[in-house]
Design a protein around this ligand. Structure first.
Ligand code: ADP
Ligand code: MG
Length: 497
């Protein structure tokens, strides 16, 4: 049933599901979208949209970035669905995944759709983990349209991220204990509600959340694990199709809601819904568990009321992994790898060196193990101190965050609003150009370290007061117009992707 990689050309689709040629149908869908939406819009949003598979009425599409996925889901899902449906009547649902995240894009198992709508974003599938879909909401599966109702199935849990594989140390002992208690809690009410975990990147938040999900599910509780993205676009779609009420009702039918990376919840209307949902669940005695990269008080984007509700349960920080913990995590990983690669031998000295050199986080420790393994496999030699040093060199030095260029901002905003970059730099003052120009200036201010005069220069030699005016104007509009707010937020995410 899989359609391979590129299906842009007419005849390269595989023939699955009886005699339907999905590849050709998809090529026709793309041609129609191009004709209907125009070359610019098509090139911005659809050129890199590819068909992965059609299974049980669901067409799985993929794009290279999370942003594109979000954008297509929130702006074009209905259109894509309707166009596809008119080519292939059996297509009742569209799912968009992210490809190229190191994980193979998996086709949905045939028949799996009954028990679990299996609609987690592909981006979340880990390279070697077998994703186990969380039990969907208890209610019987019902036909779901493109309204994103399937989103309620949550994001799949990674089978590797369990309590058993979580190494406990000083920096995470409290978080782990709280997670265990919440996961194993029986009986009425919730313990600490919400349980709020926060920590920098790679310190094990997601691992703990998945651990809670697995354990609670094994205990027969109805669990939904959602990333912020998943939550947001579930709501965006539900709001668009006026099914928000149903969506909320369904959310309330669960025992445990786990939300990861809530700092990404953006956009006024969605934040409001987020607040309502959290309140409703907690008031109904359902357990809520949340993770974020910052404490609740620093979730500036959220209303004070919501922040204090989030901080009203148990807030636990996971601090930087100390050396002893890094050694333990590394040893556990090495042991796990050795189980499948018996020849792979890393001396305790080398392990100690790696654990000392890589101070940042668990993700880099995992990266280090992969490199050592690659080295050992390729050369067929034991890992020495020297080879370890060169294998992990780039993990050791500090990695700079991505630098965003003003030019890229201008290009993206121009393509989004169907104007050219030179329009943005020009003197033209028609509304069609002024607004994108102001948005681009605003994004330049918030996403780069450039000064206002510098930004002015890069926008066709404008004065810094013009830039300041634009920044204030867009800030104000975002506050008043949640659609614009969401749009700007999505542009931001795309640039940061
Ligand atoms: P976060 O969500 O905080 O960014 P993750 O949970 O994704 O971090 O962790 C990053 C990687 O480090 C994962 O592979 C995870 O399994 C691993 N890791 C982090 N902390 C631990 C721990 N205490 N024990 C085992 N593995 C850990
Ligand atoms: Mg995480």
């Amino acid at each position: 049933m899989r359609v391979d990689g590129t299906v842009a050309s007419d005849d390269d689709g595989s023939r699955g599901g009886g005699n339907t040629d999905y590849g050709s149908a998809w090529a026709r869908v793309k041609r129609r979208l191009r004709a209907e939406l125009g070359e610019d819009v098509f090139a911005s949003w659809f050129a890199r949209l590819e068909l992965d598979a059609v299974t049980g009425g669901t067409a799985r599409l993929t794009v290279p970035t999370r942003f594109l996925k979000s954008w297509i889901e929130s702006h074009y899902l209905d259109r894509v669905l309707n166009t596809f449906k008119s080519e292939v009547a059996e297509v009742a649902r569209i799912e968009v995944g992210v490809r190229g995240t190191g994980a193979p894009v998996r086709p949905v198992a045939v028949g799996a759709s009954k028990a679990s709508p299996a609609s987690g974003p592909l981006a979340r599938l880990h390279a070697t983990g077998t994703p186990v879909p969380v039990a969907a909401v208890a209610s019987a599966p019902e036909p779901r349209g493109a309204d994103g109702g399937g989103d309620l199935s949550g994001t799949p849990l990674d089978a590797r991220l369990t309590f058993a594989s979580f190494v406990i140390g000083r920096s995470n002992a409290l978080a782990h204990a709280a997670a265990e208690r919440v996961a194993h809690h029986q009986g009425e009410g919730a313990l600490y509600n919400p349980l709020y975990l926060h920590a920098g990147v790679g310190l094990g938040k997601t691992h703990l959340l998945h651990g809670i999900g697995h354990a609670a599910r094994e205990a027969g509780r109805r669990v939904i694990y959602l990333t912020a993205d998943r939550f947001m676009y579930g709501f965006v779609n539900a709001l668009k199709t006026q099914s928000a009420l149903a969506y909320k009702e369904r959310l309330r039918g669960i025992d445990l809601l786990i939300l990861d990376d809530v700092q990404f919840i953006q956009g006024k209307s969605i934040q409001a819904e987020f607040g309502h949902t959290i309140n409703a669940l907690i008031d109904a005695g359902r357990q809520v568990v949340v993770a974020s990269d910052r404490p609740p008080t620093e979730l500036e984007a959220l209303e004070e009321r919501v922040r204090s509700r989030l901080g009203g349960g148990l807030v636990v920080e996971i601090t930087a992994l100390d050396e002893a913990l890094r050694v333990s995590i590394l040893s556990a990983r090495l042991a796990a790898v050795r189980a499948s690669h018996p020849g792979f031998d890393v001396s305790p000295q080398v392990a100690a060196y790696v654990a000392r050199a890589i101070t940042a986080n668990g993700r880099d420790l995992e990266g280090a193990v992969n490199r050592l393994l690659a080295h050992a496999t390729l050369t067929g030699t034991a890992v020495t101190m020297e080879t370890a040093e060169s294998a992990i060199r780039d993990l050791v030095k500090n990695r700079e965050p991505k630098r965003i260029k003003i030019e890229d901002i201008q290009k993206l905003v121009a393509s989004r609003y169907n104007v050219s970059r030179s329009d943005i730099l020009s003197e033209r003052r028609t509304a069609a150009v002024v607004k994108p120009r102001q948005i681009a200036m605003y994004l330049s201010k918030v996403l780069t370290l450039r000064s206002l005069p510098e930004i002015g220069r890069r926008f066709g030699g404008r004065d810094h007061t013009t830039v300041l005016h634009a920044v204030r104007k867009i800030e104000k509009l975002i506050g008043e117009d949640s659609v614009l707010g969401d749009e700007v937020e999505l542009l931001k995410r795309m640039l940061q992707d």
